[in-house]
Design a protein around this ligand. Structure first.
Ligand code: ADE
Ligand code: ZN
Length: 330
């Protein structure tokens, strides 16, 4: 095996951008559909895989939300999360910060505590069994209204000890961050950290709004920032992390080919970027595959890979001493 691939595989990494519902592999989807007697619009696993051809974010989200329909009981959320933690172990991901979308489930009649407890218990087990550390981030669905976001925030307060931050995801076009300024203000007053998807497909203005109005600590994606010099300077000055998801960007046609991805440019500009998997069951790969394919397509050096991995810890919500401990091991 080539030396740089070995380095990618064996080095401890942090993942900062993964939707737990996006780790639902087709095999588990079928198993849960059967267990819960839920109809899914696929005959077999090949059928599922051939449906995973997306033209943009919206076309993916339609399939993604359908897939989530098989998640009903606490055990289902546990099994989903446990399966993801085993992928972390396989890829040497030692710390992960995962998103979940409670509104997707509440709107189907699934209770908040069913969702959060299933996820949380699997993460606790993974910590006990192989030392994986984790944080949970609750995302607001931006295609829904402010009222719905306030309601879900109230429910999250009951589980405050299990959730470190709030985020913003789903369809970006036509749903600017400013729509959630008041919700984020309340979330911060209650002690949550904040992140937001911005500049995945949407314009640089959405990144400005996430920074200035939502006061986020990290931008999820942010790949559209290079269109605006002043914005790049701001991201650079404040070393705002951008959680980049290369295979996701290709699958959702943000870039045509991995060779066209701006990851290397962002890195060379001195921006605080790292590599993540987003919705790995839908986009064809977890962290190592993202790193290995980027390395080949963009001719990343071992130093580039090292920088990306160090950035993953620097940008995490781990305590400073824990960050230092991991970075020293790299
Ligand atoms: N939800 C799951 N994956 C997403 C993505 N890539 N962008 C926005 N919302 C999402
Ligand atoms: Zn995402």
């Amino acid at each position: 095996m080539n030396e740089i691939i070995k380095f990618i595989k064996k080095t401890p990494k942090a993942e900062l951008h993964v939707h737990i519902e996006g780790t639902l592999e087709p095999e588990l989807m079928f198993r849960l559909a059967k267990r819960n007697n839920i109809k899914i619009p696929f005959e077999n696993i090949n059928d599922v895989k051939s449906a995973y051809n997306f033209s943009n974010l919206e076309s993916f989200l339609n399939i993604f939300y359908q897939g989530s329909n098989v998640l009903i009981k606490e055990q289902d959320f546990f099994d989903l999360t446990w399966a993801y933690t085993l992928k972390c172990k396989e890829d040497n991901v030692v710390h992960t910060e995962i998103f979940f979308d409670p509104q997707t489930h509440i709107n189907r009649g699934i209770h908040f505590e069913v969702v959060i407890n299933g996820i949380y218990k699997a993460l606790v087990k993974a910590n006990k069994e192989f030392g994986l550390t984790s944080k949970i981030i609750m995302c607001f669905l931006r295609h829904l209204d402010e009222k719905s976001a306030f309601e879900i925030l109230d429910q999250a307060l009951v589980h405050k000890t299990k959730i470190v931050a709030v985020g913003l995801d789903s369809s970006e076009a036509g749903h600017p961050p400013r729509k959630f300024e008041r919700v984020f203000k309340k979330a911060m007053e209650k002690g949550f950290l904040t992140v937001a998807h911005a500049g995945e497909e949407g314009p640089p203005e959405y990144i400005w709004e996430a920074l200035n109005l939502l006061k986020v600590k990290r931008i999820d994606h942010g790949v559209q920032c290079l269109q605006n010099k002043k914005l790049v300077q701001k991201l650079l000055d404040d070393q705002i992390p951008l959680t980049i998801c290369p295979l996701s960007n290709i699958k959702l046609c943000v870039f045509k080919k991995l060779k066209d991805h701006n990851l290397k440019k962002l890195l060379n500009n001195g921006l605080m970027v790292m590599v993540n998997s987003d919705d790995p069951a839908y986009f064809g790969g977890y962290i190592n595959k993202n790193l290995i394919e980027c390395q080949a397509a963009l001719n990343l050096s071992k130093e580039d890979i090292k920088k990306l991995i160090i950035n993953s810890f620097k940008s995490s919500f781990l305590k400073e001493d824990k960050k230092k401990e991991w970075i020293e091991k790299i």
